[in-house]
Design a protein around this ligand. Structure first.
Ligand SMILES: NC(=O)c1ccc[n+]([C@@H]2O[C@H](COP(=O)([O-])OP(=O)(O)OC[C@H]3O[C@@H](n4cnc5c(N)ncnc54)[C@H](O)[C@@H]3O)[C@@H](O)[C@H]2O)c1
Length: 435
């Protein structure tokens, strides 16, 4: 099929690349000329494992093109996918400015019966609104399909090619079947539903996962106070099929471009009909508390952080991505600098993005070694493989004080216990102190 994709961010680009990989002819469009220029040279503007290889492969095969011109991209397209950003507005709602702009931009190039798919995460009722907006500019009917995306950054390609399910919501059966046919080569279970249910499935899923994280984090805080081990508790809970083991990893809270804004947007949707969604309010409150947990632990341990050298290992909101949106490291850096700590951070890929968000309130190192040398304490913020595999005796030897606050419970306790001198503070588990 000939497919057009609007927006070449994490979702649009991964989608476009994967659709070309399964044999479709895809043209990806963006208003950002620099991104399109880079993509035309086979360079991915984002860090996503495996993406750049598939990008070149499918460009060379002549199935994948990039342009800023909508007339070129949309001409003859059987399906037009919108994957532009829907960030958080000041009042917590989803900001649909980019989406509305994209809809207005593409309207002149549509034809009677065009199929417009919204892949961006949008509040219930948005597909109907966008249909009206487009049809107010055309004199013919178009068909909307809600097809929310569930990929995770860091594993976007495999998540797309091996999705758990594909949600297709439309009021037009033929349009829904056409989109289903587009995904047929993936051989993934498909749920056909209404546009409103499809829109709601996305928010209900993300809010549930965020709630699961906040739930286990609150259990972790209880475990810590009473001497239980949250990892054993999570394992014991997760083996119950009704609960499931995923998203029961205690730590310093969720971040990224989706959970924080999607939970707030669903809360906003609820508030529009006067519904107080207490569960979501608590999910957010617990997450806010959790993000500064390492600073609270350090203050408890040291009393005063003024002048102490703190090494932050990891800045990205999770491993295998350079995305800094709502990363817990931002709040940690702010809190540390307020308390007068001398913070130096290392991240294998997110440093440049981090500088734009955190700025010069902290220093940045280009290796773990440089970050930890002479440090009074290490904060583990992102569980990068290089951090998990760190040579502990070597690291502790280079630090001024052998103190580790592990916000991701990612160091091996067995290894910690073999150290000669260490203070190890994980989340929701007893500390290991060897003096
Ligand atoms: N990032 C994720 O992991 C993820 C996962 C699932 C769903 N989503 C949802 O998918 C959507 C996109 O997210 P993202 O992370 O890919 O966003 P992003 O910010 O990385 O990318 C959005 C892209 O859209 C482009 N754009 C904006 N307006 C445009 C227009 N009028 N025409 C063409 N291009 C335009 C921007 O230049 C940018 O390149 C959001 O609604 C998000 O909530 C994201």
């Amino acid at each position: 099929m000939k497919i057009a994709v609007l927006g070449t961010g994490y979702v649009g680009l991964s989608t476009g690349v994967c659709l070309s990989e399964i044999g479709h002819h895809v043209t990806c469009m963006d208003i950002n000329e620099q991104k399109i220029q880079q993509l035309n040279q086979g360079i991915s503007p984002i860090y996503e494992p495996g993406l750049e290889e598939l990008l070149s492969l499918n460009m060379n095969a002549g199935r994948l093109n990039f342009t800023t011109s909508l007339s070129t991209g949309i001409a003859g397209a059987e399906i037009i996918i919108i994957a532009v950003g829907t960030p958080q507005a000041d009042n917590g709602a989803a900001d649909l400015t980019y989406l509305e702009q994209a809809a207005e931009d593409l309207a002149p190039y549509l034809v009677q019966g065009s199929i417009v798919v919204i892949k961006s995460t949008v509040p219930v009722g948005t597909n109907d609104r966008i249909k009206k907006l487009i049809e107010s500019q055309t004199n013919f009917e178009i068909h909307m399909v809600s097809n929310p995306e569930f990929l995770r950054q860091g594993s976007a390609i495999s998540d797309t090619l091996k999705a758990d399910r594909i949600i297709i919501g439309s009021e037009n059966k033929d349009a829904a079947e056409k989109v289903k046919a587009m995904y047929l080569p993936l051989n993934v279970p498909v749920i056909l539903t209404s546009t409103k249910s499809a829109e709601m499935i996305k928010y209900a899923s993300n809010a549930f996962l965020a709630m699961k994280i906040s739930y286990i984090n609150e259990i972790a805080n209880l475990c810590e106070a009473f001497g239980a081990d949250v990892e054993d508790v999570a394992k014991g809970m997760g083996m119950d099929k009704r609960i499931g083991e995923a998203f029961l990893k205690a730590g310093i809270g969720y971040g990224g471009s989706c959970f924080p804004k999607d939970v707030k947007a669903l809360l906003h949707t609820a508030s529009q009909i006067g519904l107080n969604f207490w569960l979501l309010k608590e999910t957010i409150a617990i997450n806010e508390f959790q993000r500064e947990l390492l600073v609270k632990k350090a203050v408890k341990r040291f009393g005063d952080l003024q002048g102490l050298k703190i090494a932050m290992l990891g800045l990205a909101f999770k491993p295998e991505t350079d995305d800094m949106r709502e990363a817990p490291s931002i709040k940690l850096a702010e809190a540390l600098s307020k308390l007068g700590a001398d913070t130096i951070a290392y991240d294998p890929v997110a440093t440049e993005n981090a500088k734009k968000v955190i700025g010069e309130t902290i220093k940045y190192a280009n290796s773990i070694d440089k970050a930890i040398s002479d440090a009074d304490a290490v904060f583990i913020v992102t569980e990068w493989e290089t951090v998990k595999q760190i040579n502990l005796p070597d690291m502790l030897h280079k630090m001024k004080q052998p103190i580790i606050f592990d916000g991701r419970n990612c160091l091996s306790e067995e290894n910690i216990k073999t150290c000669k001198k260490v203070e190890y503070y994980p989340v929701g588990k007893p500390a290991i102190i060897i003096v």
